[in-house]
Design a binder for this molecule. Sequence first.
Ligand code: CA
Length: 233
Amino acid sequence: MKKIKILIVEDEVAIREGLIDVFVYHGYDVDSSGHGTEGLEKALTGQYDLILLDVMLPGLNGFDICNQIREQDRDQAIIMLTAKSSDEDIIEGLSLGADDYVAKPFSIAQLVLRVQAVLRRTHSVVDQQSKIQLSDEITIDTQNLSGIRGEEELTFTRREIDIVQYLYANSQRPVSRDELLHKVWGYAENIDLETRTVDIHIAKLRRKIESDPANPQHLMTVRGAGYRLLGSE
Ligand code: CA
């Protein structure tokens, strides 16, 4: 299978080198630039599956780069990286068409998860990718219904894997019980459902993927909103 190609545009050397190492480790083909103008040039000519784009850059800032990429390629997957974290910046980034927005300091595992989620939404090629890596410790193989947590081998039911895959594809937001019942179980929407069946499956999943199921680090409950799947360091 062709390697997924990522461009990292980030002027801080330590962060850039760190990101290169991480994405090479995860099997991606990585290119990089520490300058806005050069980054834009590469972005427009390099045929990348995804671009990680810092905002504050010498030459040209990330929002301008994002804007100019979008003028030429509406479908280019872009994730903005920035130290700025006010809502206004997030809205500006997203309205310029970034697919996601990750504020520094970010967890590397969380960033990898967000990259995988954006690639799943934007590139059908990644649908063939069957491994979900939640952290250095936990990998889930969605095709073989298996996984590894530390030294422990895990097995899953098809339903559990379907839940993980759905949460993973939507990891930028919490997913409600009703939505899971509709999308994963296939029940019609807006009927009064027994949502406890979702909770039971979540509890079973936590016993598998969490080292301390009572204090989950990945399969999180978002009060009043549902469940969200997170990566971690
Ligand atoms: Ca910067």
